[in-house]
Structure formats: structure tokens, C-alpha cells
Write a protein that binds this ligand. Structure first.
Ligand code: GAR
Length: 206
């Protein structure tokens, strides 16, 4: 069974969706550990409640590279095949990128390359786009720049504020993250330039 390490900073609803898809047999994987850089993250509490291994590595005031080196050490015993950033609100430092090259995924609540960074639903509203959505991508050294694995579009309504738009995008996040994880764990893809291309029709998974 392939092993996931989840990195989160807050609420953890994407983590919960992954855990639910695993427990319902829709995603073939196991969660080896949930790591948070925020001691107050609700997702950490949820993970412990589910009986999962948790690690808290506070990042406040810690240099990104130093934190990442500590995370590599903390993750080592869990032998993760794939790291899934699930609302992880910090840049991933060099040591993690090197140790898990091509094995880190992130979910981002916009249609990249539009609106990288933070407060992106508000950015989408302010720009006036008619569609936004979410993106699962490989993590590289840039800010939300890695190769795109899956995207889902969500229509922006005239009545939307950042919260209502975020809530509809989140529904799609919960769906496509597990789909992207299943694809990456299956190994049935190749990367051509920036394009992640499926190499065989998939018959299982979510
Ligand atoms: C999600 O919308 C996720 O896409 C976003 O934070 C939220 C976390 O929610 N991530 C980023 O903005 C990363 N730059 P969750 O903790 O309930 O999964």
C-alpha cells in the first residue's frame, strides 16, 4: 500500500476528504502521518481523533530551509511515497524538495497560473473572472508553479463574496485531490514539458 504524508496548517478539510475516500475504498493508499507547522491546526486534532500518527513542527520564527530540514528528519521513519500539502500555508524549503523530488503535491484554490499566493478567491473576484476553480499540481521551487495534475472550474456568480466562492471551490478540491493522488500513485502518467499526460485509461480509483 502506498503511503501518504499530509502536511497541513489549519482546518484540514482536504485532509479529511482524502481520509474519507481512503476509508470508503475510493482511494487506495494509507495515511502514514499528518504533519502540521501550526500547533493549533484543527486538522491535527482531527487526525489524532482518527487514530493517525501526527507530528507537530512549529514553524513560527523558523527559517523555511531549517524547518524543511527538520521535516525531512521527522518524516523519515514514516517512509512516505507521496507528500500531500493540504492547506499547508508555508513555502516548501529546499531540503524537502530535494528529499521528495517529484513526490510532493499541492492543492490550490484557483485555476493556476491565475492567482497564485494567498487570498486567491478575493483576487479572482477583484479581477472579475467569470470562472475560477482549483488546481492540484506538483510542487517545485516556485510559488504555485509546478506541473498541473488536475483542475476543476467553478463559475463565479454575481452574488459571490470570497467565502461563498471558496465554499463552492472547496467541494471541487475535495473531489480532484483524491483523483490526482490516485493518478500519481498509479504511476500511469508522464511529464512532457509542463504537461502531465495520462499514459493509460484508469479503471480503478476515484
Ligand atoms: C484550501 O482551500 C486550499 O486549497 C488552500 O487552503 C484551503 C485549506 O483548507 N490552500 C492554499 O491556499 C495553499 N496556497 P483545508 O485546511 O480545509 O483543506
Amino acid at each position: 500500500m502506498k503511503r501518504l504524508a499530509i502536511l497541513l496548517s489549519g482546518r484540514g478539510s482536504n485532509f479529511e476528504a482524502i481520509a474519507r475516500n481512503i476509508s470508503e475504498g475510493k482511494l487506495e493508499a494509507e495515511i502514514a502521518v499528518v504533519v502540521s507547522n501550526n500547533p493549533d491546526a484543527k486538522g491535527l486534532e482531527t487526525a489524532a481523533g482518527l487514530g493517525l500518527k501526527t507530528v507537530c513542527l512549529p514553524s513560527k520564527g523558523v527559517d523555511t530551509g531549517v524547518w524543511a530540514a527538520g521535516a525531512v528528519e521527522a518524516l523519515r521513519p514514516f517512509e512516505a511515497d507521496l507528500i500531500c500539502l493540504a492547506g499547508f500555508m508555508r513555502r516548501v524549503g529546499g531540503p524537502l524538495l530535494e528529499a521528495y523530488a517529484g513526490r510532493i503535491l499541492n492543492i490550490h484554490p484557483s485555476l493556476l497560473p491565475s492567482f497564485p499566493g494567498l487570498h486567491v478567491q478575493q483576487q479572482a473576484l477583484d479581477y472579475g473572472v467569470k470562472y475560477s476553480g482549483c488546481t492540484v499540481h506538483f510542487v517545485d521551487a516556485g510559488l504555485d508553479t509546478g506541473a498541473i495534475v488536475k483542475q476543476a472550474a467553478v463559475e463565479v456568480k454575481d452574488s459571490d463574496d470570497a467565502d461563498t466562492l471558496a465554499a463552492r471551490i472547496l467541494v471541487e478540491e475535495h473531489r480532484i485531490y483524491s483523483e490526482a493522488i490516485a493518478l500519481v500513485l498509479s504511476g500511469r502518467f508522464k511529464i512532457q514539458g509542463r504537461r502531465v499526460v495520462e499514459t493509460q485509461a484508469r479503471t480503478a480509483g476515484v
